[in-house]
Design a protein around this ligand. Structure first.
Ligand SMILES: Cc1ncc(COP(=O)(O)O)c(C=O)c1O
Length: 410
């Protein structure tokens, strides 16, 4: 695949020829309209080849031997992810999901009773549950920063909530369930000015938008492989700003994260890998590295521009269908579009679309209890195009919905 990225600030539009090549790298596009990239995308062939090739090698020469043989490629994964977010390779830890990465960072923060944790209304269930457990165990206080008029986190409200007791700001970049992009660089500036730790959940933004930790100013960032980054399932990673590493002791340590230095002592690693475990799927990790390289070769600015065009087409198409309602918020929109179809439960809509070979997913209120019930929403259908989708595929979804809307609900 050729590079189509221009200088960082100048997205080069993906041409039809280039889209054709990208689709040829993703054979599944020939048989299914995959608009569920916020759930799990389809990995391109180079990712599949990296994973399968490594597994084959393990079978041929042995697991430890394959690892030894591929040591420099495995090291390359850290460099690729670091480049993706403008960090250093020593600031990257590889984990099995965004949740585990987020948890490892969160539970490593030393908190005391009365400390305040500020989070967003759009926070994801797993993060909220971990925060609530810490409220129970350690007597910290969780406070939800109100949204601004556009539905994104209000940075004015956040700024007014800062005081000496705020220990952590934990918010997401792109929520799962409402189509917006949070103003993360402004949040980072507030956190840095106040000297407060900032943990960013970038699970849904990585691979669909340029994500630069230096611009954002977060201290910690979690990401997943399988969504817009198009890596294998079971992969994720954590970024840890090296200037705060020594403040953090991971909740679990093993003999990769730390060295057993004497019968009664141990010493943690001096890089972000103190958050990792010794055992891991190296096949999946290699796939994750290739996925990051692939996204950078396509170009994150070009991807964001293409996704914005596809999602804009989708949103206006949805808004023009009687009985279909979009629920997206935010001035800056992501590639996630949420909607409901009058008289049809979102799960029925998803299933009927799947029967027509169109993949979307459903997001239910229990994944976003600070957010969805307050908006009177139980569940939404979520369509999330990515750069390899075509305008015709977006239109195919719209045509199916017209059809579904006319059929009596079961
Ligand atoms: C915003 C957000 N954060 C975190 C997660 C959890 O990611 P993972 O399943 O990789 O742990 C998700 C998953 O949908 C998500 O949408």
């Amino acid at each position: 695949m050729s590079s189509v990225a221009g200088p960082a600030s100048e997205p080069v539009a993906l041409s039809d020829v280039e889209i054709g090549r990208l689709r040829a790298d993703t054979p599944g596009t020939a048989s299914v309209v995959h608009l569920n990239n916020a759930g799990a995308s389809m990995s391109p062939e180079p990712v599949v080849e990296a994973v399968v090739g490594y597994l084959r090698r393990e079978a041929e020469i042995g697991g430890y031997e394959a690892h030894a043989e591929s040591e420099s490629r495995v090291e390359g994964v850290y460099r690729s992810l670091a480049q993706l977010i403008n960090a250093g390779p020593d600031e990257i830890a590889l984990l099995e999901s965004a949740t585990r990465a987020w948890d490892m960072a969160f539970y490593a923060i030393d908190v005391k009773p009365g400390d305040r944790i500020l989070t967003s209304r759009a926070e994801y269930a797993s993060n909220a549950i971990a925060i609530l457990q810490t409220v129970r165990r350690h007597g910290v206080v969780v406070e939800v920063v109100p949204d601004g008029p556009d539905g994104a986190l209000s940075t004015t409200a956040l700024e007014s909530m800062i005081d000496d007791r705020v220990r952590l700001i934990a918010v997401n970049h792109v929520p799962s369930q409402n189509g917006l992009v949070n103003p993360v660089a402004r949040i980072g500036a507030i956190a840095r000015r106040a000297g407060v730790l900032f943990l960013l959940d970038a699970c849904q933004s990585l691979g669909q938008l340029p994500v630069d930790v230096a611009d954002i100013g977060c201290h910690l960032l979690s990401g997943t492989g399988r969504k817009f980054l198009r890596g294998p399932r079971g992969t994720g990673f954590l970024y840890v700003d090296r200037t705060i590493l020594e403040q953090l002791e991971p909740p679990f340590l093993d003999n990769h994260a730390a060295r057993w230095t004497a019968p009664d002592s141990y010493r943690m690693r001096s890089d972000a890998r103190r958050f990792e475990t010794w055992e891991a799927s190296y096949a999946a990790r290699l796939g994750l590295g290739v996925a990051a390289d692939y996204a950078m070769t396509v170009g994150l600015a070009a991807i964001a521009a293409r996704n914005s065009a596809l999602t804009g087409r989708l949103r206006s198409g949805l808004d023009s269908i009687t009985g279909v309602r979009t629920h997206d918020r935010g001035t800056v929109k992501s590639a996630i579009t949420t909607f409901t179809v009058e008289g049809h439960h979102p799960a029925q809509v998803r299933d009927q679309l799947r029967a027509r070979r169109v993949n979307v997913s459903v997001t239910t209120a229990d994944t976003a209890l600070f957010d969805m019930p307050g908006r009177g929403i139980d569940a939404v259908v979520r369509a999330s195009p990515h750069y390899f989708n075509t305008e015709a595929e977006v239109d195919a979804l719209l045509i199916c919905l017209e059809d579904i809307r006319k059929t009596p609900a079961v």
